[in-house]
Design a protein around this ligand. Structure first.
Ligand code: AHG
Ligand code: MN
Ligand code: MN
Length: 334
């Protein structure tokens, strides 16, 4: 059987399954093309002059890396002229980016974390791009930030591209999770995994252990029990991984299971968490749910949370269903 490209997958989703309208198909093709271009820049590394910091900070007060800015520009430029979008929002921009007047306006809103795992860029460890697609609410003429403030369950497409030993694009349009590997000779994404499923049980967790002393009791209890291994209440040994690129940690979980946590902690108690709800937690949570896993903030399903700000942060626990339910259950008992 011949290889199925991303374009063919999307055409079939549109034509045979009626899952996606033509404009959404175009949008996803354009996002994939932008990711391909970011992948090339990442691959060049020092040869392309893309490593190191820029002399700027983003809205969250984080120092921007050159690649944060390059990836953001690539996504904006690729998406602004096609007529499929009304506006975009990004981790690297304070406010929303309206499609310039000279181009036709579409009905979709695109949100992204252009470069996830910035601390890994210069050390040649996997990084990625995360994206989420919403429909612009009907009736409104212009677009405002308010139009973006929709719960994650309203997403119409979500995905990420991981720039690792392979460049892999992972996507859901609400019909399960599929993975495409970039074929560099052909220049196209080729379908390599269908019907991705996360096993309900796991013996692998991902959390930044250096924050242990700042955690809340339910998270301390859960990780403490994992660490006790066979001799403890769980009766089995656990392994740990922490890549510090959410894309790479989630990619491992979609591939072989596991649980990922970036919980609220006492370092900055006024912040709900470190990760951003709208362009990190929401797309990842939908992918994880579409693969049979679960995602909560410890108390509530992430996809049910009503955002009140574009750059809102959230506590995140996602992955293998039984583990996420367990740690969420521990929060309920407090
Ligand atoms: P970003 O590079 O977009 O700011 O996101 C980094 C995030 C996430 O990818 C990762 O899981 C986490 O930050 C790592 O944080 P620590 O350095 O605190 O472990
Ligand atoms: Mn990120
Ligand atoms: Mn980022």
């Amino acid at each position: 059987m011949s290889k199925i490209s991303l374009s063919r997958y999307l055409v079939e989703q549109q034509r045979e399954k009626g899952h996606i309208p033509a404009d959404l198909r175009l949008l996803l093709e354009v996002v994939a093309r932008a990711c391909k271009s970011i992948s090339h820049a990442v691959n060049k590394g020092a040869l392309g002059g893309v490593l190191g910091s820029a002399d700027s900070e983003n809205v969250q007060g984080e120092v921007q890396k050159k690649l944060d800015i390059i990836a953001n520009e690539v996504l904006l430029e690729a998406n602004e002229w096609g007529g499929h979008l009304a506006a975009m929002a990004s981790e690297e921009m304070d406010s929303i980016y309206l499609v310039p007047n000279r181009y036709p306006q579409g009905e979709y809103l695109l949100l992204f974390d252009p470069l996830d795992g910035s601390s890994n860029i210069d050390v040649n460890v996997s990084i990625g791009t995360i994206f989420s697609v919403l429909k612009k609410p009907e009736g409104n003429q212009g677009v405002t930030e308010q139009d973006f403030l929709q719960a994650g369950k309203q997403q119409v497409a979500a995905g990420y591209c991981v720039y690792g030993p392979q460049t892999t694009l992972v996507l859901t349009v609400g019909d399960g999770v599929v993975m495409f590997t970039l074929d560099r000779e052909q220049g196209s994404f080729v379908l390599t995994h269908e019907n991705v499923q996360i096993p309900a049980d796991t013996q692998e967790f991902a959390i930044n252990m250096s924050n242990m002393r700042h955690w809340d009791e339910p998270v301390s209890r859960y990780i403490g029990e994992c660490l006790q291994g066979k001799e403890g209440p769980r009766g089995k040994d656990f392994n740990m991984r922490w890549i510090a690129s959410m894309v790479a940690d989630v990619h491992r979980i979609l591939t072989r299971g596991g649980v990922f946590m970036y919980p609220w902690d006492k370092r900055e108690p006024h912040k709900a968490g470190k990760l951003r709800l709208m362009y990190e937690a929401n797309p990842m949570s939908w992918l994880v749910e579409q693969a049979g896993g679960a995602a909560t903030n410890g108390k509530t399903r992430i996809l049910d949370l009503q955002p009140s700000q574009l750059h809102e942060r959230v506590s995140v626990m996602l992955g293998s269903k039984n583990e996420v339910e367990r740690v969420t259950g521990y929060h309920a008992k407090v």
